[in-house]
Design a protein around this ligand. Structure first.
Ligand SMILES: [Zn+2]
Length: 285
């Protein structure tokens, strides 16, 4: 799933590629993808894109007083085509929507796989999207100081792993980057968020900034079409079960939950303690 760094890079490329282009036609090919009905998607036709920006893990494309808000979920993606031409979308395949511009180009919205979670919203105000209205402070917001982060975590319930990925607490971080941030900060994902000490909060804040800014810098170097796959290569623990930790050489461990799994290094993060999956699956749900 794309998280803050990939969505940031994608948003910037959309801002660059789409600003000033006017929409000729909107075709929603998968009805389930469009989560709003008023205004209708056709209301985007004839409008000019003024820009695109990231909000948490959402992308907001602004079109003269209307907004197309996109949540890519696990397997969604946006692709700008210089020429839509005669390449008619096929009936089968991952294309969920196509926006054709007056200059002949297009924006394709697609989703791989069988789990359909991609969401499009046509709204007058981005805050009309419940998920956007619920977003907490952005993980890259300069106002999110270590003190501010500490205050949020001390009021949170559950583990630090869940708290970091809670969009209503801090926006933009998901399963992958929370693994990476906790590993960089040498904090166990199983710790209770509210019980972290000041020195740990400082480390966590520093790691959060560094992991995200490094990942954004890398994402900006990658062709937008490759972003979805490129993040995996630079991970220290996430998605690397059984491989050596790049810091200490211990084996990266995995916890499997019903719908996802996450990784940590016992030596770097838990004082060598290896946790059994089954018990944690219940604790972390
Ligand atoms: Zn390690």
């Amino acid at each position: 799933m794309p998280e803050l760094p990939e969505v940031e890079a994608l948003s910037r490329s959309l801002d660059r590629d789409l600003a000033g282009r006017s929409v000729e036609r909107v075709v929603i090919r998968s009805v389930a993808v469009l989560k709003t009905y008023d205004p209708p998607a056709a209301a985007l036709q004839g409008r000019t894109v003024s820009g695109a920006q990231r909000m948490g893990k959402f992308i907001d494309i602004e079109l003269s007083s209307l907004h197309l808000v996109v949540h890519l979920a696990r397997a969604g993606w946006l692709r700008v085509l210089p020429e839509a031409g005669e390449t008619r979308p096929t009936l089968r395949g991952p294309l969920a929507a196509r926006i054709t511009f007056a200059d002949g180009g297009a924006l394709d919205v697609s989703e791989q796989g069988t789990e359909k979670r991609l969401a499009l919203y046509v709204v007058r105000n981005p805050a009309d999207v419940v998920g956007v209205a619920r977003l907490g402070i952005d993980a890259c917001d300069p106002e999110l100081t270590a003190e501010c982060l500490g205050g949020l975590l001390h009021a949170a319930s559950g583990t630090i792993k869940s708290a970091l990925a809670d969009q209503s607490l801090v926006a933009g971080i998901g399963n992958a980057y929370s693994d990476e941030i906790l590993h960089a900060a040498r904090i166990s994902p199983f710790r209770t968020a509210a019980r972290l000490g000041d020195a740990e909060i400082q480390r966590l804040h520093h790691s959060m900034r560094r992991v995200l800014s490094d990942a954004i810098a890398r994402a900006l170097e990658v062709d937008p079409g490759q972003l979805r796959d490129s993040k995996r290569g630079s991970m220290s623990v996430h998605g690397r079960t059984g491989q050596p930790c790049p810091v200490c050489g211990d084996i990266v461990r995995e916890v499997s939950l019903a719908t996802r799994s996450f990784q940590y290094c016992a030596t770097c993060q838990t004082g060598g303690k290896v946790y059994a999956d089954r018990r944690l699956s219940r604790l972390l749900r």
